[in-house]
Design a protein around this ligand. Structure first.
Ligand code: 5GP
Length: 141
């Protein structure tokens, strides 16, 4: 089944406007319409996939190449000395638009991303299970 269309497909198609920062064959970057801070941008693949783990290697590589350059551009244009790169997958993980996107969010004073972080403790037996499971999945991919 093809993934559902989203507002980002309409932006990619030029049907609704955006403040475009960067575009290449695989990637589009534009200002977030509801910024957490001045200079908050979104970086999206042109490939229509909801979550990061679904992306093709080509789309992922293009994003990986563009992201540090775009971080440099955001820092240069805003003067921010700190920023967050945020990438949500799934509604329960705060994803509202079901098309892969990276937020680049300058941290300037109180403006920017607020992070809730409730760390636990890593138990040795669970760590072994997790590593085994992830390595097995990687061998199969
Ligand atoms: P999410 O919570 O899915 O990670 O974030 C989606 C982001 O998309 C939000 O920060 C929201 O402001 C942004 N957004 C949603 N619709 C539009 C739009 O039409 N134009 C732009 N530029 N950003 C949008």
């Amino acid at each position: 089944m093809a993934p559902a269309t989203t507002i980002f497909d309409r932006i990619l198609a030029g049907e609704i406007p955006c403040y475009r920062v960067y575009e290449d064959d695989h990637v589009l970057a534009f200002l977030d319409i509801a910024p957490l801070s001045d200079g908050h941008i979104l970086v999206i693949p042109k490939e229509r996939k909801a979550c990061l783990h679904e992306l093709s290697d080509d789309a992922a590589a293009a994003l990986g190449r563009a992201l540090p350059r775009l971080c440099r551009a955001v820092v240069a244009a805003t003067g921010a000395t700190a920023y967050n790169v945020l990438q949500n997958n799934g509604a329960s993980a705060h994803q509202a638009v079901m098309h892969v996107h990276f937020h680049i969010i300058p941290k300037t004073g109180a403006k920017g991303l607020g992070v809730g972080w409730n760390p636990g403790r890593l138990a040795g037996d669970r760590a072994e299970e997790l590593v085994d499971g992830m390595r097995a999945a990687l061998e199969g991919s």
